[in-house]
Write a protein that binds this ligand. Sequence first.
Ligand code: GLP
Length: 241
Amino acid sequence: MNVIIAENYDLLSKKAATIIATEMNEKPDGIFGFATGSSPVGTYKELIKMYEERIIDFSKITSFNLDEYIGLNKEHDQSYYYFMHENLFNHVNMREEYCNIPNGMADDMEAFCNEYENEMQKAGGIDLQILGIGPNGHIAFNEPTVYFPDKTHTVKLTDSTIEANARFFENKDMVPKEAVTMGIGSIMRAKKIVMVVNGKGKAEAVRRMLKEDVNPNVPASILRYHPNVTVILDKEAASLL
Ligand code: GLP
């Protein structure tokens, strides 16, 4: 695992975007796993700049997003579908039909999860996965539990995640209680992983991910078993290491 400590969020975002851009140029038809949350917003801004400067091209890439709330439709401004379009897809030349985002409104969730997982494998698997981390050590919406879920599945969100994400909603009661998420296995099968983490609020999660035994109570700790992970931290997120 390669751990990089950047001076600030700006430099962290530039570093992450450079790694992603390099991959995009090496594999113009690559499969990219995108993440939501506030952490990668700066990275996406940098990617948009690089696209405008014609350094990168999104026209042939395929994307699979990590997760989505159950019960929010595409138009909801807190859906991850909306987030990805607002923060990246609407500003670059991604083809809509190649953007895959879990459908939080599927009638048959189990069938949807199987299909999403199969689509990812059929596409050849993810070349580069972008990740953030939750304050409780979750990745995507894989919450702390007693095992590492393998494939795309539905999950009940923990109180701590609902609390952490309440800042994006009118109030805590508006935060969906369930989500659909790639599994830990889906993430671990990506060929490369880049995690971005900023802020003091994540310092304890980062310490647990890197210093505690690998265990499903800190889902992100499994990344230490992946052969190609780069974790980019700002100074605050790294403050407990
Ligand atoms: C959410 C998402 C995760 C994200 C995490 C951190 O719950 N499901 O994919 O990494 O929270 O979000 P933020 O970057 O806003 O702190």
